[in-house]
Design a protein around this ligand. Sequence first.
Ligand SMILES: Cc1ncc(COP(=O)(O)O)c(C=O)c1O
Length: 394
Amino acid sequence: MGNTQEIINLCNTYVLNTYTRTPIVFVKGKGSYLWDEEGKKYLDFFPGWAVSGLGHCHKRVVNAVSRQLRDIIHVSNNYYSKPQAQLAERLSKNSFGGRVFFCNSGAEANEAAIKLARAYGAKEGRYKIITMERSFHGRTLATIAATGQEKIKRGFAPLPEGFVHVPFNDINAIKEAVDDITVAVMIEPIQGEGGINIAGEDYMKELRALCNAKNILLIFDEVQSGMGRSGKLFAYQHYSILPDAMTLAKSLGGGLPIGAMVVADKFVDFLKPGMHASTFGGNPIVTAAANAVLDAIEKENLLDNASRMGDYLFKQLSRLKRRYPKIINNIKHKALMIGVELNVDGKEIVDECFNKKLLINCTQGNILRIMPSITVKKGEINKAIKILSEVIAK
Ligand SMILES: Cc1ncc(COP(=O)(O)O)c(C=O)c1O
């Protein structure tokens, strides 16, 4: 088998139909580029739905995983493994200290955070978690309950109770929602699926102060915004506050499936042996990959690259906005996490970019999500802008 249509037919027959897919089969990736079955080359400015943050098949990840595969593939969590130990230390030391729980996805990392919050509040009967409208926290039952978007919940009632949603960037709304049974606030510092909405500086400070005053856990979901995309290793580092717990996944593993929850020292004892687990969590292969991701970020100055390339891309997009004010309404960005708000439907633009071999995404109907890898080069940005400009002109 090698024929594109044959592969698509097979998938469409045997894979459960839960995704809207574009009819293309990718067989190779390198940096910002992907190749399809027929050898056609695509410029990927939304690599792996924010998973391939270092670009496709980064050399350090490929080498680390290959080496690890030859040594040992899996060690159960009843024993110890070196890559897991090293990764936990690095995540802790590069954030706010504390300890790490490893799992396999963003939803699982958020499940862990929800369980941590419930365990923390159990003694006093506190369990309510405040999350934001337009948030996205995953597809498990508890994380769809946490997600502030009706369409994600529809059809799955009854959902776990104890979640309320309030408008993003509105501290009074949170103050009003806090009551005697509130135990946590869970928030993306930069909302991804919600349309690249960036939390304000004062808002975050007031939120931290409120959580301190009310003895409420502050949980940051950095599944999408983490690992350098915002120009800092974690987006919360743009604000002069620390969370009590933070969740990571997506680009943490450079393309391999890994999730993590980092918990501040003060709260590490609320999840004890037997209270939570993940069979694959922190497996040597994925933790070796994540260590390689951190190596790349440190040794290749990728935070700096993300900031500089993010500014450059923002400037180019702003020029497009000036040229096409009827089409582009607003540009929201933090380094390479960019949302281009349109006055028109975004799907047609995404489809036309695809026809011209540029991959981008659209969320919330009218917000183009442009999130190239943090290794992206100026020439690649110029190429993407040229295509986008032609598409918008048309
Ligand atoms: C902010 C955020 N949290 C959680 C998730 C869920 O992650 P996963 O699909 O790995 O379960 C996502 C996925 O898009 C996300 O963007």
